[in-house]
Write a protein that binds this ligand. Sequence first.
Ligand SMILES: Nc1ncnc2c1ncn2[C@@H]1O[C@H](COP(=O)(O)OP(=O)(O)OP(=O)(O)O)[C@@H](O)[C@H]1O
Ligand SMILES: [Mg+2]
Length: 244
Amino acid sequence: MIEIDRVPTGVPGFDELCEGGLVRNRTYLLSGTSGTGKTNFAFQFLHSGATQYDEPGIFIATEERPSYLRENLSRFGWDMQSLEDEGKLAIIDACSTKIGIPSQERYVDVRPFDMRALLEQVITIQDEIGAKRAVIDSSTSIGFNLQDPARIRIELLKLSTTLEILGLTSLMTCEIVDDDLYSRFGVENFVTDGTILLYNKREDNTRVRSMEIFKMRGSDHKKGIYPYEITSEGIVIYPREEVY
Ligand SMILES: Nc1ncnc2c1ncn2[C@@H]1O[C@H](COP(=O)(O)OP(=O)(O)OP(=O)(O)O)[C@@H](O)[C@H]1O
Ligand SMILES: [Mg+2]
């Protein structure tokens, strides 16, 4: 049997749900409705890589401009700029050009509708910082650019496969509009090796946050639905409590 190398996510509680972490060099879909904490979860994964495991990361930001991300995530005590200065994090601004505004960022995706251009940029960064982890936040805006599900499927497969070949373990966020769906266009979960679902369900007058690992190719994982919180230090999952 081939030994499987695990990548700890650094999200408290998550790794014990899946034999110690994500399978190395695989791509995972992180799906959830708006505000469930996808961006937080994804960055927490890069932050722990950069600060605890000597694994630099690449953040492809298609939805929020990097300056906003730095500001928003600083609320959790995460200093993106310092990690960037130390060569442990690179953010690709794949947002500004798309909406037609100038960008002062070091890495800008200037041809936002061209997957090959984006991948070339990832390869360049990879040469510079030797990244081991990547985040695409989000796959949904890439999907909207492409529109046709058949094209979305092939382009996302190209993206996930290239990241895997480059030795990156990756999270792709996915915006869903209904908790009962796993992906936005119905294809994203087929071109990724695992699916993590974040829920924010209404129960009477409150909302309860919960998560599950829906699929993880090549790994055993817990099959329940577990509560999580977004705290001042980020996402915390409670793997010993179940939500029914
Ligand atoms: N300082 C904080 N402490 C606790 N919770 C916070 C804090 N800041 C933000 N949050 C929570 O985090 C949520 C946003 O998380 P995040 O941006 O990761 O969600 P998302 O799933 O990426 O949303 P979107 O689909 O809009 O991109 C907010 O809606 C809020 O509930
Ligand atoms: Mg987000």
